[in-house]
Design a protein around this ligand. Sequence first.
Ligand SMILES: [Zn+2]
Length: 507
Amino acid sequence: MRTVKMRMAGGLAVAVVVMAGFGATGAVAAPPGTAGPRYTAGSDGAGDPYFPYSGNGGYDVQHYDLALTYTPPAMAPAPLQGSLTGVATIDLVATQDLDRFNLDLRGMDVTRVTVGGKPAAEVEAPAPGDEVDGAAYWQVQDDAARRWELTVQPRPKVKSGKSVRVVVEYRGTTVRPLDVEGALYGWVTTRDGAIVVSEPEGSMTWYPVSDHPTDKATYRFAITVPAGKVAVANGLPHKPAETSDGWTTWFWDAPDQQASYLTTASVGDFELRPTYTSTSGIPIVDAVDANLTANQLNTTNASLALQPAMIDFFESRFGPYPFNSYGAIVDDDSVGYALETQTRPVYSGSAGQGTVAHELAHQWFGNAVSPLRWQDIWLNEGWATYAAWLWTDDRGGTTAQQAYNSWYAPARTAAYWSFQIGDPGDLGLFATQVYNRGAATLHALRVEVGDEAFFEGARLWVERFNDGAATSADFQSVYEEVSGEDLDAFFQIWLWDQVKPPATWTL
Ligand SMILES: [Zn+2]
């Protein structure tokens, strides 16, 4: 996730992904002893204790086609508000006999819904247990509970295993949404457009979605903005931009499985630079804001020029780069962090070398293999931080061991140590310990199992859970497999004990 500028800063899994969400089976259970209704409502969450209403049950999204029209805010001092209209075409497969299902959508008004081409009527949200006749939809916007749901009642009902196309038309005023910690996220309106960074569950601020990493899908975008503005999404352009009547539509195609939080459609005064490639032929497309200062531009240009070498280096350690393209979106405005949006991370103000290495490593760790539940976010941030240590080490800078040793320096009494990275809590997702103790855990693991097993484990981890999601327990079993060691005690110390680890791994 977020690399905060300056401060730096896993068998079962596969089954769960198919079911779209974990724990929750999706169905609302019938009272014991009674034959429940055959068709039931999909759950309004993916069962993630950190974000109980993000994601939904009862279906598995295959593909999102997003046609967006966006008008950025007028010039200052007009309020930083834009207007967005969207048509989301969502192809999904029912994973239970569905009477109703939910999509997450926050702060946008739905104007039309069709399921299998059949229109649904907009109705008031019924009281729990109340029946609604016919094909219908309704919205609930509960800011206090962080529950923002669009419920769709298709008629005819949808049988388990059936594919359906759901089309949702919606519109709204875009603002600068805040996440559970009060940080900017989602569709963040800027003076010249929008920075779109949606971790952990901010995608629902700009399109109807099953907003949890366990329900990955492919994406296609058609983003229409005033002529002169550039819209940049994930993947690669699938046809040249088209301009008419003062508007330009930008077309992007992201054919790889993608978690919703990694989706972007950022808009601004970007310069879309000519494509260049890595040694292995990965096309790299950068979009750099024309309003960067000279210093920001120099820093950014120097870092982005290293992307091909970084891809080569990480491929030599972690296996093939997992997606069809790479690049960067560098905006002159700031949300206070950079984000590893899939294939094209978003940077605030400028892109520093360490941050570029960090966001690139996320493509393997967090994007190809995502956390099955947000509790396991150290698997994202620990790896991205450690990979940046490895890059700096390989370039003749601070070695990974030196970075580890300076991390290890604070006294045993320091408050820093009383933090559990195995379960950081919804307000601790982006705590520095998740990044740095996460990276130190991986360095210690490398010392523990040896270089060969360590990098073999990294490649096996990506191979086994690619396009999916996994847990810390899955991660431990991969390393027990490649090392032949029982690592219970090791991971107890590093993920759960809230004390300074012993000096065992400090060489
Ligand atoms: Zn990160």
